[in-house]
Design a protein. Structure first.
Ligand SMILES: [Zn+2]
Length: 225
């Protein structure tokens, strides 16, 4: 029977030790460099030791390589995610949704034409103010606009108003200041609603009957829908 003794792979151990030593050395050198820079109050203009610059160069190279690897790992077809909030400070009322009944639709659900845009979302979805403003209506019976809306909120944003209806819960009070993207309610199925969704309007006054196309308005504010 032949027995082979497994010897430790010295070459590996040596390499590891050398790397560890180099790591300590680099940290020490960088530390000294930082102290030097702090004392003189300048960094780039002052000459640095060869060891420090090579260490910095090595680090930069490693970072560049890491960035390259990261970029390469990204699928080429991936598009950058649309920003949640546009530079205007406006955003969508719900994060994930399917657009259902659109503004101006005719149907048995509405006495006249559909006055808003419906966002199909499960009940309990956080509803956010689409822009910065002040809450002017909040409560049951459409907050004064009629029981068909269920629990509702209206927010004033300068010269337009946003309205959110069929809510399961209202998280704001009249007079409250809200920022764009701030949660104001949870979606639901209250009032004259055929299933869980958010009914959303943009109005020119706080009241029913002054709605304009809400999707066009949000898009004009830089929101991607
Ligand atoms: Zn609706």
């Amino acid at each position: 029977m032949r027995v082979t003794l497994r010897r430790p792979r010295l070459s590996d151990l040596r390499t590891r030790s050398a790397l560890l030593a180099a790591g300590v050395g680099t940290a020490a050198v960088l530390g000294a460099g930082a102290a030097f820079a702090a004392e003189t109050g300048t960094t780039a203009a002052k000459p640095v030791t060869a060891t420090t610059s090579s260490a910095v160069a090595a680090q930069a190279q490693a970072q560049a390589k890491a960035a390259e690897t990261k970029a390469a790992a990204k699928p080429a077809a991936a598009k950058p995610a649309a920003a949640a909030t546009a530079s205007t400070g406006w955003s969508k009322p719900v994060a994930d949704y399917a657009l259902s009944a659109t503004y101006g639709n005719s149907g048995s659900m509405w006495a006249s034409k559909h006055s808003g845009q419906d966002f199909a979302v499960p009940s309990g979805t956080p509803v956010k103010s689409v822009g910065p403003g002040t809450v002017v209506k909040a409560g049951p019976n459409g907050a004064g606009d009629g029981s068909a809306y269920g629990n509702a909120v209206v927010v004033k944003h300068g010269d337009v108003y946003s309205q959110y209806a069929h809510l399961s819960s209202v998280n704001v009070k009249v007079g409250q200041q809200v920022s764009g993207g701030e949660q104001i309610a949870l979606s639901g199925n209250t009032g004259n609603s055929s299933g869980p969704h958010l009914h959303f309007e943009i109005r020119t006054t706080p009241d029913y009957g002054t709605a304009i196309d809400p999707i066009s308005y949000l898009r004009s504010q830089g929101v991607t829908l």
